[in-house]
Write a protein that binds this ligand. Structure first.
Ligand SMILES: Cc1cc2nc3c(=O)[nH]c(=O)nc-3n(C[C@H](O)[C@H](O)[C@H](O)COP(=O)(O)OP(=O)(O)OC[C@H]3O[C@@H](n4cnc5c(N)ncnc54)[C@H](O)[C@@H]3O)c2cc1C
Length: 351
């Protein structure tokens, strides 16, 4: 999929038929349904990978209720959806959040992401699941002063952390994996966890304990209480141990790994009718209260809604029919089967 992850010049508008917010299973299937009708899609996701909940929350768990697939894993389903979408060359814009939406004079939408990518499109499809996956922030005073400079929730470039004093907070796989990966290049790695038990893979925990025994990694059992520094640059963190003692550890960069939570985020400000953080849609087109903006998958609500992947697939198919009318107002939509239509088979690249 890497060749499809393209870097566009910031602020240079990308013109497309459909912008899909969310590259979960439903967003990925929407590419296929839109593609059959000749519509191009760009997808935005907050995560660094496609697949939504299936890839992030349960990649190795089995799913038994996908039609005609008696068994597949979360990641297996995503891989197959990517294969199915591939003939339509979707473009993915990962690690960014769909942020602001406004209307252009020509009636199309202008959508801008958190990293400044701008799209112009007649149709927006919100396939945002339970919302954006965002990191849980530690409840520390003045944390925003350091976020993005001295406090990072993801490691994008390991080299930027060379020779730094790094504090990693957390007890799960991310915290342990980064402890093991960063200790060879950092000048010091301190792992802070509130108790001396870890949820991470046992093998990673064993390796970490070996590094601690060899004095190559510093393990502190306690909670971070205060950030010390100036002008966005951390100098130290204050830790409170389980017996109440307060002490400082030198720190250039803090990496908190307290898991992800999901929130609707900026979409809540787009003026769409909502019902308890879900977007209300009709059941004919899965269009929102604003023409040209659709919502499919877990993010939508209508009477009888079932939060199942197969419901999202059905919604994607019906959405694409109406999206075609916005994108190709002068063309007639002809209903065809993939089994018998040579036009569809050409689009799929099978003949
Ligand atoms: C443990 C578990 C087991 C499950 N098992 C089953 C099962 O067996 N069968 C079944 O049918 N369903 C199952 N589900 C439910 C299923 O995973 C969801 O119904 C499905 O993932 C919904 O797909 P989606 O594409 O609508 O949303 P999601 O998978 O939630 O994907 C939405 C994507 O949108 C992104 N996003 C949101 N807002 C923004 C924004 N503003 N900007 C950029 N990106 C954004 C998110 O980062 C996310 O990647 C299970 C769920 C869980 C948690």
């Amino acid at each position: 999929m890497d060749e499809n992850v393209i870097a566009f010049e910031k602020n240079q508008p990308i013109e497309t038929d459909i912008v899909i917010v969310g590259a979960g299973p439903v967003g990925l299937f929407a590419v296929f349904e839109a593609g059959l009708l000749g519509l191009n899609c760009h997808l935005i996701d907050n995560l660094d990978k496609v697949g939504g909940q299936c890839a992030e929350l349960y990649p190795e768990k089995p799913i038994y209720d996908i039609p005609a697939l008696p068994y597949c894993t979360g990641q297996g389903l995503v891989d197959e959806l990517m294969k199915q979408a591939d003939p339509f060359k979707p473009a993915f814009h990962l690690n960014q959040q769909a942020d602001s939406l406004s209307k252009l004079e020509d009636g199309r939408w202008r959508l801008e992401t958190s990293t400044g990518t701008v799209f112009h499109a007649p149709v927006i499809v919100i396939a945002a699941g339970a919302g954006s996956f965002v990191p849980r922030r530690p409840p520390l005073e003045n944390i925003e002063e350091y976020e993005g400079s001295s406090i990072l929730y993801a490691v994008r470039k390991m080299e930027a952390l060379r020779d730094k004093k790094i504090v990693i907070a957390g007890g799960g796989d991310s915290a342990l994996d980064w402890t093991l990966n960063l200790h060879p290049l950092a000048s010091q790695v301190t792992l802070v966890h509130r108790r001396d038990q870890f949820r991470a893979a046992p093998d990673s925990v064993d390796k970490m304990r070996q590094l601690v025994a060899n004095d190559e990694v510093d393990l502190q059992i306690g909670q971070i209480k205060e950030l010390k520094g100036e002008g966005g640059q951390l100098e130290a963190i204050q830790i409170k141990s389980s017996d109440g003692e307060l002490y400082e550890v030198p720190c250039d960069v803090l990496l908190p790994f307290f898991g992800l939570k999901m929130e609707l985020g900026p979409i809540a400000e787009w003026g769409l009718n909502l019902d308890r953080d879900l977007i209300t849609v009709d059941t004919e087109k899965f269009e929102t209260s604003v023409p040209g903006i659709f919502a499919i998958g877990d993010i939508n609500y209508y009477p009888g809604k079932l939060k199942l992947i197969l419901s999202g697939f059905h919604e994607a198919a019906l959405m694409a029919q109406q999206a075609f009318r916005y994108c190709r107002p002068d063309e007639k939509l002809v209903f065809r089967y993939t089994t018998s239509s040579t036009d569809l088979q050409k689009k799929l690249g099978v003949i």
